[in-house]
Design a protein around this ligand. Structure first.
Ligand code: NAD
Length: 682
């Protein structure tokens, strides 16, 4: 069997080339190959040093995460690193592309690190629910100090070469060719070892360590891996190297098998899978440089910012001058705020703003490669807008709607080019939320869809492809969840009990607090428009209607499911809401009962899992994991719980089926059971 590591020679320097496409993942074979090569270097009297370098686009971009769920095969990474440290000749890591996780830990085990400009290095393990397990928590503090190591490791920060050099994470940014620079550096060491483990940890005050720890815990939502990483890093300064190293490995081994780590790996793979479209292989996206955004409201201005940030030229088009001004002001205020907060350099903000033009003239559409419509959510309005777009846009431009619920094909039918039409469903705030549903209409051409995915990726979004169906993936699942929560308040739970149960599960906000934030009137109008076609025998909770009729439209009116006094600190439980709920229960003859936290969480999740099964059965979502990607990136579902499909699989198929029988009984008429087959297909 050929090994993915080969040894080449450059005079007295061995060059160990890792060749394990596509990303040189640190697999068992790579580790075996490296170990054998390092031993060979040590034994060869003709060699005085070695360089480790990656073939292709990158160094070891990360470990092979598939291995993390199983017993780890020998040699494990610490063994390889020990061999490098024990080797009597210096070993230089030559980094390009990405050196992350195990890749960067390997580099830390070397005697020097040289990187090509643009390389990213870092230890993102904590974002996968584990800690670096091959010395990362011990060696990085020796280079950057304990407080900085806490900051970098707990956030899983990916650091670009120039910043990494300034911090000491690497020894040099290569000028000229990387391999030659690394070989020259190896030779310049004159045979002397310079192991990171032999360096002292730079001194830091207790106060600095404590401040870094508290900040990391806050940012990392106090997840177990964050605390474990802090403890391991602090131990680097307090314990002998080998003792702290052994402890780090033990903690890594424990964490990698926890439910949380498995959930995070599931989400990681689901995100990778979501971006892959087998039927788009070999299809080239259309080139996009200029994007026209129509509608400068909440969504239009957010989408414009996301596009500007990604380097596109943007024309923002409106029907009304005042709305256009408000949109332009919102965008200007956004960049001013970012500059003031030190998040972006003033020149970078200016560059973004200089790529924006605002206009009331539809002729500006002619220059756009992609047109994104974000006007009012009304089919007739959107159809009128797309008729105009069809007149003005150049042939071959991709046309996109940001509609949340409308029929994409009905919108596309207003144009003579439905093949160019896609949905690009952004979430609010569009410049912040990562999820974008890329909707495939009945006549969407593959390269139009590929363009949507491409643009979403360039905007650093997380695209999920969905078919054209009411609510697409995310809003369908969310609606089922919210409906179930409404059932529960009808049956006896208070909104605040439901919200706190789901916040305890890890949702950023409970469903009723979310409803208050987005406003109850949009859903109210939708229910009114659907009233004539609704199945009259299906269970219908009228509590939200009663709230709206009482003028309680959510935060914007100071009251919804909660009250929001102007002088108060946020939501407050409102007895008036309890009265409305009680009278609705009485009107239906329902005897209230107490629902515990566990039941509330279980029912809410079951309702989502059931809807996910329905979506998969209907072919609206393609992979089960797509539902989880949508929930985590667009709906505040806790990433560390993996998503509802992960949750359902953990529960097991038989238990889930029994649970759903019970949920169907509790939910009453109108509840549609999904077929679980697709939910359990990996
Ligand atoms: P908004 O009311 O804030 O903005 C809509 C803008 O479109 C207004 O400024 C209006 O002047 C402009 N407009 C209306 N008709 C126009 C026309 N004929 N030509 C040019 N401009 C026109 O609405 P929004 O919240 O930004 O929503 C826009 C779209 O995005 C809707 O389809 C909505 O369903 C969807 N959406 C909204 C959210 C959200 O949370 N707000 C999330 C996802 C998707």
């Amino acid at each position: 069997m050929s090994t993915p590591v080969r040894m080449e020679r450059d005079g007295d320097v061995a060059v160990l080339v890792i060749d394990n496409p596509p990303i040189n993942a640190g697999s068992t074979e790579v580790r075996q190959g490296l170990l054998a090569a390092v031993v060979a270097v040590d034994a060869d009297p003709q060699l005085s040093a070695a360089v480790i370098i990656g073939a292709g686009k990158t160094f070891i971009a990360g470990s092979d995460l598939k291995e993390f769920g199983q017993p780890l095969a020998e040699p494990q990474l610490p063994t390889v690193i020990s061999a490098i440290e024990a080797c009597t000749k210096p070993v230089v890591a030559a980094l390009h592309g990405a050196a992350l996780g195990g890749g960067y830990e390997l580099a830390l085990g070397c005697d020097a690190r040289i990187a090509a400009p643009g390389t990213v290095v870092g230890l993102p393990e904590v974002t996968l629910g584990i800690i670096p397990g091959a010395g990362g928590t011990q060696r990085l503090p020796r280079l950057v100090g304990v407080p900085k190591a806490i900051e970098l490791i707990c956030a899983g920060t990916r650091v670009k070469a120039d910043a990494a050099y300034r911090m000491g994470m690497i020894d040099a940014v290569a000028e000229g060719e990387l391999r030659a620079a690394a070989v020259a550096h190896a030779r310049s060491l004159g045979g002397a070892k310079a192991r990171v483990r032999d360096r002292a940890v730079p001194p830091a005050t207790e106060a600095d360590i404590e401040a870094a720890s508290q900040a990391a815990l806050r940012k990392g939502k106090r997840r177990p891996a964050v605390q474990a990483a802090i403890d391991a890093i602090v131990a680097a300064a307090r314990q002998p190297f080998d003792q702290a190293l052994a402890h780090e490995r033990l903690v890594f081994q424990e964490l990698r098998l926890t439910r949380e780590a498995r959930a995070l790996r599931h989400q990681f793979f689901a995100e990778r899978e979501a971006a892959k479209q087998p039927d788009l292989q070999g299809i080239e996206a259309r080139a996009v440089e200029r994007i026209a955004v129509i509608g400068a409201g909440t969504m239009g201005s957010g989408i414009a910012i996301a596009a500007l940030d990604a380097g596109y030229r943007v024309s923002l088009l409106e029907q009304d001058a005042a709305a256009l001004n408000r949109g332009a002001e919102r965008i200007a205020a956004h960049y001013e705020g970012r500059v003031a907060a030190g998040k972006i350099r003033p020149e970078a903000a200016d560059a973004c703003r200089s790529r924006l033009e605002t206009s009331l003239d539809w002729a500006t559409l002619a220059a756009a490669d992609l047109v994104i419509e974000a006007v009012f959510e009304e089919l007739s309005v959107k159809q009128t807008v797309f008729r105009r777009i069809d007149e003005c846009a150049r042939p071959g431009a991709v046309l996109a709607s940001n509609t949340s619920y409308l029929d994409l094909d009905a919108i596309a039918a207003a144009t003579a080019r439905p093949q160019d039409m896609i949905g690009l469903h952004f979430f609010s705030p569009a410049n912040v939320m990562r999820l974008v549903e890329v909707v495939r209409g009945a006549e969407t051409a593959p390269d139009a869809l590929a363009t949507g995915l491409d643009v979403a990726k360039r905007m650093r979004k997380m695209p999920v492809v969905t078919a054209n169906a009411f609510g697409f993936v995310g809003n369908r699942v969310y609606a089922a969840y919210r409906r179930q929560c409404e059932f529960m308040i009808e049956e006896g739970a208070w909104p605040e009990e439901v919200d706190s149960a789901l916040e305890a599960f890890g949702f950023a906000m409970g469903p009723f607090a979310v409803a208050d934030m987005s406003g109850l009137d949009i859903a109210w109008r939708m229910r009114q428009s659907q009233a004539a076609t609704r199945d009259p025998s299906a269970r219908y909770v009228a509590i939200p209607d009663r709230l709206c009729e009482a003028g309680r439209l959510g935060r914007k009116t100071g009251a919804g499911y909660y009250r929001y006094p102007p002088e108060g600190k946020g939501r407050e439980v409102d007895p008036a809401v309890h009265d409305i709920i009680v009278s609705e229960r009485e009107a239906k003859g329902l005897a209230p009962r107490r629902l515990g936290t566990e039941e509330i969480q279980r029912r809410a999740l079951l309702a989502m899992a059931n809807e996910a099964a329905l979506l998969l059965g209907e072919g609206v979502a393609q992979h089960a994991g797509d539902v989880d990607v949508a929930l985590v990136n667009g709906y505040g579902f806790p990433r560390w719980e993996g998503g509802v499909v992960f949750w359902a699989r953990e529960r097991g198929r038989d238990a889930l089926a029994a649970d759903l029988d019970e949920l169907a009984r509790l939910s009453g008429p109108g509840f549609v059971r999904g077929d679980l087959t697709h939910l359990f297909e990996e």
